[in-house]
Write a protein that binds this ligand. Structure first.
Ligand SMILES: [Zn+2]
Length: 112
């Protein structure tokens, strides 16, 4: 698979989003290896937003970002996911969770 992201940071960002969506789906939509339709659409959307993020590796976390790039419906959806999976990430993916907390302290800076 080609790397669709501009940097390791952005790839990690996508991995974090995926881990959170997977956790949410497993806890709410059934314990199957595949994401349900709704959650796989949300993940595809999140990856698309990341690819178009104007800050790229200088971004803060999406929750702390001054730019609201999600469509309102998707924004509510992802917030519900983050509220559920955010705290649980510390146990299931401690390294991603801690790096994500640190990323949230960055000041966003646009490219160029
Ligand atoms: Zn689901």
């Amino acid at each position: 698979m080609p790397h669709p992201f501009s940097s390791r940071r952005m790839q990690r960002e996508a991995r974090t989003a995926e881990a959170m969506i997977r956790r949410f789906c497993r806890d709410h939509h059934g314990d199957t290896p595949e994401l349900c339709e709704e959650c796989s659409q949300l993940l595809a959307y999140a990856r698309k937003r990341l690819r178009h993020c104007p800050f790229q590796e200088h971004k803060t976390t999406c929750g702390n970002c001054p730019v609201h790039c999600y469509a309102p419906g998707k924004r509510d959806q992802i917030r519900t996911v983050m509220r559920h999976s955010g705290p649980r990430m510390l146990l299931s993916h401690p390294i991603l969770a801690i790096l994500h907390l640190l990323d949230g302290l960055r000041k966003p800076r646009s490219q160029g």
